[in-house]
Every structure is written in structure tokens, then in C-alpha cells.
Design a protein. Sequence first.
Length: 412
Amino acid sequence: MPVLVMKFGGTSVATLDRIKRAAKRVGLEVAKGYDVIVIVSAMSGKTNELVGWVNETSPLYDAREYDAVVSSGENVTAGLMALTLQEMGVPARSWQGWQVPVKTTDAHSAARIEEIPPENITEKFGEGMKVAVVAGFQGVSPEGRITTLGRGGSDTTAVAFAAAFDAERCDIYTDVDGVYTTDPRISPKARKLDKISFEEMLELASLGAKVLQTRSVELAMRYKVKLRVLSSFEEPSDEAGTLVCDEEETMENRPVSGIAYSRDEAKMTLISVADRPGIAAAIFGPLSEAGVNVDMIIQNIADEGRTDMTFSCPTDQVMRATKALQEAHDSGEINFRDLVADTDVCKISAVGIGMRSQSGVAATMFKTLSDEGINIKVIATSEIKISVLIDRKYLELAVQSLHDAFELETAG
Ligand code: ADP
Ligand code: ASP
Ligand code: MG
């Protein structure tokens, strides 16, 4: 039997009624003759609540226990989905990550899937089971501890199952009807894309467009998974949603295809560090060991042998970063006069494969922000993206004015 992977995000399983609705969709695919692997997220808001409980209990928590707590939301929805399907007369059972097993690295709270042996589930399909409901977002480490795959990780579970079972398609059901030129909740002018290239989706995701987890796009690209994003609230149709596919298959030929933002950025500056060979290694080594995801970096011009070093990282890692740098300072590895954290910033990015061949994107971006009176704090570029760090209060204004400036509301 051909296998289909269907993933339902938090809002699509937020209540028992919605689980029923999702289960009906699964039933339709079973009726078409598919063996279906359903990947479920926790009910919306549940994972945030669990993360909150962990932080309240232990601010610099043991990541293994964080995973034990935070993975539990998916267990509930997996069981409820299996029960709902059984009530409909569809042979189904639930699987937690460790039962499959979804084998991951031991990088707790940000583990990577290494292998999904298909035998256990395939055997059950052979015995007449029609739907395997798998708890997304979780796996098991080589030591046998429960791991999680980073926020939004159920998308990655879905794509990894599609690759492991050579699925005909991987459908990601969410609360919007596809991938848009920017977050439709921020810009009413956002336009739905029928197709988007893996490369652009990868950049948009890694720059904050949480509609797909970055790693899921990476995996889909590597294993050639047919990946579709669609709404669980609209009538089923074959043309629905957005197809994430190879570059050649996309139609758009404009310099910028989308605007992404990341709200939870922090800018940290080490004031007056010695400008000597090895200083960057001495700063960023301890940060990496502490698990801080450093993104943008700028080193100012040195004055009398001393310089300022600025970097950005997620807001919730500021405490870890401060601790790591203070310890490096106290042990004499680095020496700075002050450490300043600005937690009121956000990152706005313009993404497009057209940037490879069309110039002027940076100029348009900077002029647009300047016309709105928005000060740029840090800039970073790559072949197909330009990102800026700005004050968080300007997030909506910046996204909307850039969406206008790059004329993204008009059809391609
Ligand atoms: P789920 O719980 O189904 O995984 P998420 O909240 O993780 O859903 O992702 C869907 C959300 O992603 C949408 O509600 C939307 O606000 C946001 N989003 C951000 N950027 C985009 C974009 N470019 N296109 C579509 N949605 C986007
Ligand atoms: N429930 C997890 C989260 O909120 C995983 C997911 O929804 O993809 O991050
Ligand atoms: Mg998600």
C-alpha cells in the first residue's frame, strides 16, 4: 500500500472537536487506499505551558528533564487521535517516539533524528492497521533518554517519517492555507504562494517564518520529499496549499519572494575587549559550549588595542550567554569592561533566489526602513537574504513597508 504522512499542528488538534475533524480527513485518505502515518503536535498552547513550568521550577534547567516534561503534550494528542479513529471504525494505534523508535542524537531540546527503523510500524500495517499515529517532536537518545527536536519539531518528525517510509506525500496541516509572502497575521496584504523553492523556504524558516521548522525543509530537500503546507480548516482538494519543491519548478522571478521576522532576538555587546588574535575564539567558544545559538556578529574598529564585540542570540538564551561570558571573564580568558544586553530587538529579513542575479535589494531595503525612521542596528547578508536587527516596536511597520516596497502583494 502507498504510504501518506499527514501532520496536524497545535491549532488543528486544539480541542476534541478539532481532533475529530482532523481524523475525518485521515479517514478520507484511508478510503483512497493509503496506509497513513499521522504525526500530531501537542494541543496549541500546551508546549508553551510546559516550557513555562520548567523555567519556573529551574531557570538553568537540566535539558534531559526539560525534554521529559515538554515532550508530554504530544503523547496526549497521539492517544486521543488513535481513540478518535478507532471510534470511527478505522484501525489505528498510537506510538510515542521511543516506541517506534525515533532514534536521535543526545542534544537535548535540539536533538536531530538519526534513524527511524520502519519495521515495527510496517509490520502493523501488514496486520491490517490503517493508521499509525505518532507523537511528533520527540525521540530517544542513544542512552535511552527522551529527547525533543526543538520548537516546531513535529514538522521535522513528519518529513523524517515521509523519507523513512518513502511516502507518496507529506502534508503539513496548519492554521493557514499555505506559505505566504510574509506572515499573514502581520501583513493583511500577504499573498499565498502556490509553490516555493526549497532554498527560499529554508531561508524563510531559519529566519523566523515558523510555518515550517527549518530542519524539516532541510530533510525534505535532501530526501526529495513531496512537501505540502495546507489548512486543516478548509475543504479538502488536490490543489490546496503550497507545494515546497525544486527551484526549476517554481514560477516566480522576482528579487524578493518573502519577508520573515523573528521577534525574540537579543543583541549583546561586550564593551572594550582586547583586540588580539584569538579573541573571537575566546568569546564564542564558551558561548557555543553553553549552547548559545549566536547568529549575527559585528566587531567594531579597534581603538588603542580595544574594541567592542556585538552579537545576537535568541532572547531566552541571554541568561546562559551572560553566565558563560562572566565565567570566561572571571577566569581571565577574556577581559571586558561591560556586558550590555538589549532584549528589545527583532530581526527582519528579505529572502529571494532572484537576489543572486538582481542587484539593488539592499539599497531598497535600507531606504524603505530609513523612510519610516527605523534605525538599523546590525546587518547580515547571504546569497539569497538580507537581515537587519531593529527595535522590536517597529516589527509590524518594517514587515509591512518592506512587503509594499518589494511589491509582494501582486501576483507573480
Ligand atoms: P502549527 O501549530 O500548525 O505547527 P505554527 O504556528 O507552527 O503552526 O505555524 C503556522 C503559523 O506560521 C501561522 O499561523 C503564521 O502566523 C506563521 N507564519 C509565519 N510566517 C509565515 C508565512 N510566510 N506563511 C505562512 N504562515 C506564516
Ligand atoms: N509542540 C511542539 C511545539 O510547540 C512541537 C510542534 O508543535 O511542532 O514546539
Ligand atoms: Mg509549527
